[in-house]
Design a protein around this ligand. Structure first.
Ligand SMILES: C[S@@+](CC[C@H](N)C(=O)[O-])C[C@H]1O[C@@H](n2cnc3c(N)ncnc32)[C@H](O)[C@@H]1O
Length: 328
């Protein structure tokens, strides 16, 4: 729990968003791709087609944040900014733009709660363009770090056919395909995502055992005879009714005794811990119709309703849990 004792703590908390807002504005304006050499705010303002004084004040604040250097009135990237924030760098963090996009929904949180609808259903919500690739790239950054740990926690003995439902960037599937070349690995995702998935997968190798399925998992048949189905960070985007439909579809698609693996940001029974998951609940309120974080018990109840017995729940140690069920 945060330690709030003084009125200064309250004032500090109220201002916390400012640093992030300056950083995200700079990412959206793409200043870091243009500051690998010292440049004046006037020269950069001309390049960007914005007013010098406005840009100058932003650049000064980026110096305070440690993201730019300033010498003789000129600005330049720090080593870290040049490495990760310049679009031309091989290590550019495109996934950061996902945070810039979700900010607009979070800015409407008061109205989201007052009206009980997600930000995109508010009349004054800002439509976000070109969000899919930054979103999947952000998922790739998280998933590639978690995948080895996550796959360690699943028993793949005898697994011939594996489905990664809502596989995103394919990081989890790549880990499975590498470790278990005898298993056929299927990545299922939306048609607009699969080309991005293929791009990420092909960067890591040429996997003959990875196959792609395009469609909406709430509408399309998932195929069949799977030994294991992974739902990694999937159910939080859905309300309980939809999760029940998804689990039922998985049950139908699994072999007898097949495993359903739910990798999620779980909350405790009071929904106040761990902090990452509690904040994630807000992200789901803002950005989905009925999405939420779930407790272990809620997942167990949904397993029971859809023909699974509960096997185990293991924390990954990376803000997430792996809950496994077996088809009855
Ligand atoms: C939060 S991401 C998780 C990606 C990946 N499983 C991971 O752990 O990194 C959710 C994924 O589900 C996909 N998705 C969401 N709704 C879907 C639907 N109705 N049908 C198929 N895929 C869907 C998204 O495109 C996205 O790739």
């Amino acid at each position: 729990m945060a330690d709030i004792k003084l009125k200064e703590d309250l004032m500090g908390l109220a201002r916390k968003w400012q640093e992030s807002r300056v950083f995200l504005a700079a990412c959206e304006l793409d200043v870091f791709s243009r500051l690998n050499d010292f440049k004046s705010s006037k020269a950069l303002a001309n390049e960007l087609g914005v007013k010098e004084r406005y840009l100058d004040r932003l650049l000064n604040t980026l110096v305070v944040l440690g993201l730019l250097e300033k010498k003789d009135g000129m600005f330049k990237n720090t080593e870290v900014s040049g490495r990760y924030l310049d679009k031309n760098s091989t290590e550019y963090l495109l996934g950061l733009m996902h945070q810039a996009h979700v900010f607009y929904g979070w800015a409407l949180l008061t109205d989201v709660i007052k009206r009980g609808v997600s930000a995109k259903n508010l009349p004054f919500g800002k439509p976000i363009e070109n969000w899919v690739e930054p979103f999947i790239t952000a998922m790739q950054q998280y998933a590639s770090e978690r995948a080895p740990k996550l796959i360690d926690l699943i028993d793949f003995s005898g697994c011939k056919k594996f489905l990664d439902l809502g596989g995103g960037s394919g990081a989890n599937s790549v880990e499975v395909a590498k470790r278990f070349p005898e298993a056929e690995v299927f990545i299922f995702d939306l048609p607009e995502v699969i080309p991005i998935t293929k791009k990420f997968v092909s960067k890591t190798g040429d996997f003959k055992n990875i196959h792609y399925l395009e469609g909406d998992y709430l509408k399309r048949d998932l195929g069949g005879s799977y030994d294991i189905i992974l739902l990694s960070n999937i159910i939080h985007a859905h309300g309980k009714d939809e999760v029940e439909r998804i689990f039922s579809a998985c049950n139908k698609a699994l072999k007898k005794k097949g495993k359903i693996v739910v990798h999620e940001f779980l909350v405790d029974g009071e929904r106040i811990s761990p902090p990452w998951s509690v904040f994630f609940s807000i992200n789901m309120l803002v950005h989905t119709e009925n999405g939420d974080t779930y407790t272990e018990n809620e997942i167990k109840e949904l397993f029971e309703k859809t023909g699974f017995s509960f096997i185990s729940n293991t924390p990954t140690g990376l803000n997430s849990d792996v809950v496994i069920g077996e088809k009855l």
